[in-house]
Structures are given as structure tokens and as C-alpha cells.
Design a protein around this ligand. Structure first.
Ligand SMILES: Nc1ncnc2c1ncn2[C@@H]1O[C@H](COP(=O)(O)OP(=O)(O)OP(=O)(O)O)[C@@H](O)[C@H]1O
Length: 262
């Protein structure tokens, strides 16, 4: 469903964030991008949904090139995005935030948020139920915990009826317990709804537990791309060796998790 070929991206400050990226994703996959800070994970996700323009190469999603900019609205509708900082509007209710996911379908925005048709509201409520927040639909989003706010972000993505969800470090702002809950939810969405998932993570143990495939990025290059059971310690060393070791990273996570559960 997604085919990236020879993708390069250099920012204005001359940092080349992506170097000749080739990547194919099939429907239903759950793939995780791993790599140190600055490896290019967010840039790759943002190039895929057209938030960041690529310099060369091409990214084709469902037979449509990201280079065809006039079709980007449709592309974005088919691709849901989940962010580390949730990117929800805190003063709005859960329901209003989730209805924002429908804006691509209501581009002329007759949609002062309160004027959505009944069926749109019903679909938004269904999405809210899918993420387990049915009793919070009318609650202001700033009254929710971080984990609940991320659920709103996921419900908003689901409201788009996306074929692909891109998640940029979706659990980086959460404690280990909430992180597991969010990963379980994303796993369930992938398995039950057959929505393809591509996410960046810093937690190797979560990547191994939930990802079916792991793609290692280093300095803007893909240095390995394997089914999860085939990923070796040497593969992980390729992406983490210059700074903290794999063990140090997993150890830090384990320590935090232990503190939380004690
Ligand atoms: N808008 C931007 N302008 C200039 N340089 C940028 C921009 N966004 C990212 N970069 C640079 O591009 C490189 C890749 O960054 P990117 O955010 O894609 O990495 P990442 O792997 O997602 O990192 P992290 O795990 O910290 O989110 C880095 O050197 C970063 O400083």
C-alpha cells in the first residue's frame, strides 16, 4: 500500500535528514521505526503524509504520489497521524476533538464544530467507544490524563477512517503503564480493524513486543528492516552503538517501570 523509493530530504539548515530511503509497507502491517534522536524517524513519517516535502525520490500511497500536491487532502484523509504531544485542542471536549478528524471530509467547514450532521457525531461517538472513553465524550480534554488525551488523539485518527496510521513516538510523553495501555490499544486497532500502522518508538522492548517488523534508522539511512523475531543484538547495535547501548536504554525503561509498579 505504501512504496517509498529513493527518498531524500535536506532541511534549509543543510541537515540531510533522509538519505535514499526505500520502504514498502503492505496492508495490515505493524512496523516500528527505531533509531537515536535525530536519525530521521519523524521526518520520514512527516514526508509520508506530506507534512514535509521531499527533495527527490517518490512516496506512493495507494497508487497516489505524495508529489501530487493537489491531492494531498485526500492523502491526509487516508492517513491518520498520532503525535507524541497528542496535538488535541485542550479547551474542546473529547467529542469535538474527535470530530476534528472528520474535517477532511467537511472541507468547506460548515462545520463550526457544533454543526456536524448527526451521522458524523454518531461515528465520532463510535470511535470514542473504540478507545474506551465513552463516559468522557463531553468532558473537556484538559481534564484528562495524558493516556486519556492520547486516546482522544487515536479516536480522532480513527474518525478519519484511515487506511494507514502514522504514530510519531505515541508513548514518549506517557508513564510506562499508560504506554503499555496505548500500545495494547494500537495493537488491537491493527489486528481488529486491519489498519496499517507505522510508528516511531524509543522503547526497544515495546517495539519488540508489539511490532511485527522493525526498521532501524541511523543518520537518515535505513540500516536494517526485519521481521521482529529476526532482529538481532547486532542489528540494534548498528543503530544505538555510538551513544547509549541497547541495554542502557532498556534498563532505563525497566527502572522507570519498576518504580511505577512498586
Ligand atoms: N524542521 C526542521 N528544520 C531543520 N532541521 C530539522 C527539522 N526537523 C528535523 N531536523 C533535523 O533533521 C534530523 C532528523 O530529525 P528527526 O526529527 O526526523 O529525527 P528523529 O529520529 O525523529 O528524532 P527524535 O527521536 O528526537 O524525534 C535531525 O538532525 C534534526 O535536527
Amino acid at each position: 500500500m505504501l512504496h517509498a523509493k529513493g527518498v531524500n530530504k535536506t532541511y534549509k539548515n543543510k541537515v540531510q535528514a533522509l538519505k535514499n530511503i526505500d520502504l514498502d509497507l503492505c496492508k495490515g502491517e505493524f512496523a516500528v521505526l527505531l533509531g537515536l534522536s535525530g536519525a530521521g524517524k519523524s521526518t520520514l513519517l512527516r514526508c509520508i503524509n506530506g507534512l514535509v516535502p521531499i527533495d527527490s525520490g517518490d512516496i506512493i500511497f495507494e497508487n497516489q504520489s505524495v508529489l501530487e500536491r493537489n491531492k494531498l487532502t485526500r492523502l491526509r484523509k487516508d492517513i491518520g497521524m498520532i503525535f507524541q504531544q497528542f496535538n488535541i485542542i485542550k479547551r474542546l471536549s473529547v467529542l469535538e476533538n474527535v470530530l476534528c478528524g472528520r474535517l477532511a471530509y467537511n472541507s468547506s467547514i460548515p462545520s463550526s464544530l457544533r454543526l456536524f450532521p448527526k451521522e458524523e457525531v454518531e461515528w465520532a461517538l463510535t470511535c470514542i467507544e473504540k478507545v474506551g472513553l465513552e463516559d468522557k465524550a463531553l468532558t473537556r480534554s484538559d481534564q484528562l490524563s495524558g493516556g486519556q488525551q492520547q486516546r482522544v488523539g487515536i479516536a480522532r485518527a480513527l474518525a478519519q477512517k484511515p487506511k494507514l496510521i502514522l504514530a510519531d513516538e505515541p508513548v514518549a510523553s506517557l508513564d510506562p503503564y499508560s504506554s503499555e495501555e496505548i500500545m495494547e490499544l494500537l495493537h488491537k486497532i491493527n489486528a481488529l480493524e486491519n489498519i496499517t500502522l507505522l510508528m516511531s518508538l524509543h522503547q526497544v522492548d515495546l517495539a519488540k513486543k508489539y511490532g511485527k517488523r522493525i526498521i532501524g534508522l541511523k543518520g537518515g539511512h535505513i540500516v536494517f528492516d526485519q521481521l521482529t523475531p529476526e532482529v538481532t543484538r547486532d542489528d540494534l547495535k548498528l543503530i544505538y552503538s555510538e551513544n547509549h547501548s541497547h541495554e542502557e536504554r532498556e534498563g532505563a525503561y525497566d527502572n522507570a517501570h519498576r518504580q511505577k509498579t512498586q
